[in-house]
Write a protein that binds this ligand. Sequence first.
Ligand code: 6PG
Length: 470
Amino acid sequence: MAQSEIGLIGLGTMGAMLSLNIAENGFPISVFNRTTARTTEFKANAGDLADRITACETLEELVASIKSPRAIILMVPAGEIVDAQIAALRPFLDDDDMIIDAGNANFRDTQRRAADADKAGVPFLGIGVSGGEEGARFGPSIMGGGPKEAWDHVAHILTAISAKYEGTPCATWMGEGGAGHFVKAVHNGIEYADMQMIAETYGIMRDGQGMTAQQCAAVFDAWNDGVLQSYLVEISGKVSAATDDSGAPMLDIIMDKAGQKGTGRWTVIEAQHLGAPVPVIEAAVAARNLSALKSQREQGEAAYGAAPVALADGALTDDDLEQALIVGKIMCYAQGFALLNAASAEFGWDLPMPEIARVWREGCIIRSSMLNDMASALTEAPDGNLLFAPYFSDLIRRNEPSLRKTVTTALAHGLQVPALSAGLAYFDAMRTGRSTANMIQAQRDFFGAHGFERTDKDGKGFHGPWGGQL
Ligand code: 6PG
């Protein structure tokens, strides 16, 4: 059998789907899994694609079966397993053979692995892959990071297997080192926030307006025909409409405890390191953490009574909620792109902002029609805050009153809208020329002589007249 174009280690769901995608696009691939039975089973179930798949039982066999210079994708769980796999594989490789970590790695691990590879003079790529199982099989969004020449060596395969937006591949090189995994982490932070804000509108419909899951489904379906058209709104309609064998709405029998693998949390941690505000994403991560405290929440409800949630008829319309979600979403993306800008400057990446919006238009979990408009806005002003892009400022002006009405009405009735509230608070902060931080500065100077700037004089390090008053 002729040698393969590429190799892949780790035939879990994502690895298996990605391998089939690669094979289907005409690239012979060699695969290896820790348990040989899985490798054998994978090839046996590959149907017509089996001809293009070489199932390997050992790493030596895998390496020998791939064309030189080799490229081998790791699709193993993030963390120490990646390091262990690299350590096991490297001795069999030549210096120009490349390892590609396509898992959901913490970008700091990727930075470290990239630096190690650089020192050893061997190519290493860290690529973010989004789109879940279906994306991996039929076209994910791919965010590449590492040496550009290494990316160029495999770009023809990665662009071929990626999702396409009107024919344009959703796969791009983002920058050196951990740039690809950083962009993927921000994607996931936005994913958390998008999901949370949708869940908040669902909560208003369910608890505030007494709507059934089926009725919610109809609202989400309608929104998916408008500005909010997106994969997450679409699947929210589908999950709301789904019933189990007994006819019970699935949503009504799913436990209200959200899981998480941690990538949304990484976004928030990195945003804090960079001093880049992402309050909508922070609220979404906190909401997942709160959701996990099920028994304490039940204890709280028993102690204090449930929040008074019923809304008067017509207090909030479907249009109010839709418009609130539009503005909340813009705030969330504005924060996400501002975080990417901050990281780009800090790590010297020169991240391609419009390209990021472009590769998110198809294949990934946050794909939506709004991303096309974001790509246009970021082409005009790559470093600008989306809040100031004409298309989005127009949308904000028209829809912000509904976000305010939704948030204030929800809060007055004890309905939870932490992410939408955070979006509104961000908007208000961003349009307040004179904040209250003068009070913070005065307090800091009072207790720690930290100094402040004045509005009436140039210079820094002024102090107040409070010396000796402690
Ligand atoms: C994607 C997703 C995916 C992520 C899951 C689960 O882009 O395909 O972001 O990579 O792992 O959505 O994430 P949580 O378990 O953190 O919710």
